[in-house]
Design a protein around this ligand. Structure first.
Ligand code: SF4
Ligand code: SF4
Length: 450
């Protein structure tokens, strides 16, 4: 049997077609067909390897329906590395004959825009008065946005209010720690996160520095490459990864803006980015990539390991919640934790965000029933496969709302946008915030009382 070029030899062999992965598979939940399940896709790869099937447009469409959430990897009792299979297959799906010209053009647009914060800001500037305002509500209610077509309409439906902070990076290269200093880290801002949800990086810097952690923020940093990596755009991903590493090398070292002292870690507050950053060794196939990847930690992972400082913990105050009715005033704030797939299945991080949130007084964690199932965001999936993504978004919003939480804690920008959209559309009252934003609010409430 000849392996598909690029496919790890024998990687499909451990699959015994038991189907244990099917209930957790988001695409199988959305489409209900065997070919859109991990088992079906592995069967197709085996058939292609055996020369019994072609990777034609129909087969490719069943790989395009995969969200790359890796819930199947967690669920598989035989240890099948579907993540490695998908990573090797995705570049092949970009062959021109496998998608129609409109699909290819839309993807090119996204890859030319999303990984470049300055281009994204330029494109969004005319929409600053529209996003989150009355005109947007009117356009949606009147059905005008339906004229955009399904993919551009999906883009419009995710568009959050655009705050001025999202249109410029105004960070100094080094943000000093509150003494005594306990660590020195770099911070990756994320390309979409810094534009669409700039409050997350602001909260991250405040929480880190208040915990005695000096933060180095290279001003020239761009996208980590996660957006393109998830779609098998290898050359662009490698360029973005090299540029990101270079942006750190440009400021850390003797005679450079952040000084010679090495970093204890490179942190990121978006789990989709963290997963890709940790894979730089493989993506770049170089010692520079491996060295950089070895430093990368998810912000929750790092803070939970280091421990919050005593002074920080002393300042934490209960957070306000609910509708202010007398019955609600004295109960704890209920927070449902949403596990992003690239955090849970991709990095094995589950306890740390909960551990940090439990430090907030009178906060009660709620667990959704289907925590391991993807919300439908998955990088650009909710833009290129809008129908499937919307049905998964509705399921996720209902599952989170069923916890009767006041707030959903989500540590990935794509998930946050998707969940906000579907909670709003279903008229569920829950708000969405990053766990670090909740920690920051609780700490700020304490410092304001002094
Ligand atoms: S991938 Fe794993 S869980 Fe899924 S069918 Fe194959 S062996 Fe079973
Ligand atoms: S990565 Fe997610 S969507 Fe794709 S096959 Fe696995 S569980 Fe299904």
């Amino acid at each position: 049997m000849t392996p598909l070029p690029g496919l790890p030899t024998g990687a499909t062999d451990p699959c015994v077609h038991c189907g244990f992965c099917l209930p957790t598979c988001a695409s199988y939940r959305a489409l209900g067909t065997e070919m859109d399940s991990p088992r079906g896709r592995i069967h197709a790869l085996k058939a292609i390897e055996a020369g019994e099937q072609q990777l034609d447009a129909v087969t490719a469409s069943h790989f395009d329906s995969c969200l790359g959430c890796f819930a199947c990897v967690t669920a598989c009792p035989s240890g099948v590395r579907y993540d490695a299979l998908l990573e090797a297959t995705r570049p092949k799906l970009n062959a021109p004959e496998l998608r129609n010209p409109a699909q290819r053009a839309f993807r090119r647009l996204l890859f030319a825009l999303l990984p470049y914060p300055q281009r994204l800001r330029t494109a969004l500037a005319p929409l600053r008065g529209y996003a989150g305002g009355g005109l947007q509500q009117l356009a949606r209610r009147s059905g005008l946005t339906g004229l955009l077509g399904p993919q551009l309409q999906a883009l419009e439906q995710l568009l959050p209010p655009l705050s001025p902070e999202g249109f410029a990076d105004r960070w100094p290269v080094v943000v000093p720690a509150v003494e005594p200093r306990r660590a020195r880290v770099g911070l990756v801002l994320g390309c979409v996160q810094r534009v669409f949800d700039p409050g997350v990086n602001g909260a991250a810097v405040r929480v880190l520095t208040a915990n005695g952690i000096e933060v180095v923020i290279p001003p020239q940093q761009g996208c980590c490459g996660a957006v393109t990596h998830h779609q098998g755009e290898e050359a662009q991903t490698q360029q973005l990864a090299r540029d990101l590493i270079n942006s750190f090398d440009a400021v850390v070292g003797p005679g450079k803006a952040a000084g010679p002292e090495p970093l204890d870690a490179v942190l990121v507050a978006a789990s989709g980015c963290g997963h890709t950053l940790k894979g730089y060794g493989r993506i770049l196939n170089s010692s520079a990539g491996e060295g950089f990847a070895a430093q990368v930690r998810d912000i929750h992972e790092f803070l939970a390991d280091l421990g919050l400082s005593d002074d920080f913990q002393r300042q934490l105050q209960p957070l306000p919640h609910g509708d202010g009715t007398p019955a609600n005033q004295n109960r704890p704030l209920r927070v449902a934790v949403h596990d992003a797939c690239h955090m849970l299945h991709g990095q094995g991080i589950q306890a740390q965000p909960r551990q940090l949130l439990r430090q907030i007084p009178h906060l009660e964690l709620r667990e959704p029933l289907e925590a391991g199932v993807c919300c439908g965001s998955a990088g650009i999936y909710n833009l290129v496969q809008p129908q499937e993504a919307a049905s998964l978004g509705r399921l996720k919003a209902d599952d989170l709302a069923a916890t009767q939480a006041d707030c959903v804690a989500s540590a990935n920008i794509g998930c946050s946008l998707q969940i906000r959209r579907h909670l709003t559309e279903a008229q569920h009252p829950q708000t969405v915030a990053h766990p670090i934003e909740l920690l920051d609010r609780s700490y700020s409430a304490g410092t304001q009382r002094r």
